[in-house]
Ligand binder design. Structure first.
Ligand code: GLN
Length: 232
């Protein structure tokens, strides 16, 4: 018998609760911009993927440890990360912002956060920003592994503010969260798909090729419109 060479299945890791980029729908399946983009690109370029949703920092760690082949997790392309990851072409422009409860009328400037607890997700550029500005504004940080825990903590006033990517906070507000975003967002550049530097580099090439096709044939816009309208 001739056995067919086993086709490689790439393990791709994503965040766990990060709507509208990845989130679990009520039937247990995962949806979101990252999920749909990855599915459409792997289909168009003819490679197989298995998706896992361990959460952001865990996903980053698994790729670095060689336990996963690639990551798509609303991950910002930064110079620091470029030292250990190879990124695709950018696929989404983002910024980070602070959210409070809508009822928190006493927080008008960043100085009003003095002595207060601010929530942030582990390993994110928001965490980096908050750590850098901690002394200036005098808040303290509470670190979360999961976005959903962080949003719940703000909801029940366990923290007075959180910092996260603007499209994610804005989506939560459109989904009914009583949050306000009193401060100007901080630009952080673009999201990219990534692999560990020097490993599975072909995945990045296939991602770029597929992304270009999706942008040309209108599928990229369709995916975005499905989740956030067309205002990237
Ligand atoms: N874009 C942010 C970062 O790269 C947050 C990503 C996320 O929480 N999934 O750090």
């Amino acid at each position: 018998f001739a056995t067919k060479a086993e086709e490689k299945v790439y393990t791709i890791v994503l965040d766990s609760t990060y709507a509208p980029f990845e989130y679990q729908a009520e039937d247990g399946s995962y949806a979101g911009i990252d999920v749909d983009l990855l599915d459409a690109i792997s289909k168009s370029e003819g490679f197989k993927v298995e998706k896992k949703f361990p959460g952001f920092q865990a996903a980053v760690d698994q790729v670095q440890a060689g336990q996963a082949d690639g990551i798509i997790a609303g991950m910002s392309i930064t110079d620091e990360r470029k030292k250990s990851f190879t990124f695709s072409e950018p696929y989404f422009d983002s910024s980070i912002e602070i959210a409070t409860k809508k009822s928190a009328k006493d927080i008008k400037t960043l100085d009003d956060l003095k002595g207060k607890k601010v929530g942030v997700k582990n390993g994110t550029v928001s965490q980096e920003w908050l750590v850098k500005n901690e002394k200036t504004y005098g808040y303290s940080l509470k670190i979360f592994d999961e976005g959903s825990q962080m949003y719940d903590a703000l909801n029940i006033n366990d923290v007075v503010a959180i910092m996260d990517d603007a499209p994610v906070i804005d989506y939560a507000i459109t989904q009914g969260k009583n949050f306000a975003t009193p401060f100007k967002p901080v630009p952080i550049g673009h999201y990219g798909f990534a692999v560990k530097k020097g490993k599975n580099e072909e995945l990045v090439k296939m991602f770029d090729k597929g992304l270009k096709k999706l942008k040309e044939n209108g599928k990229y816009d369709k995916i975005l419109a499905k989740y956030v309208g067309n205002d990237e």
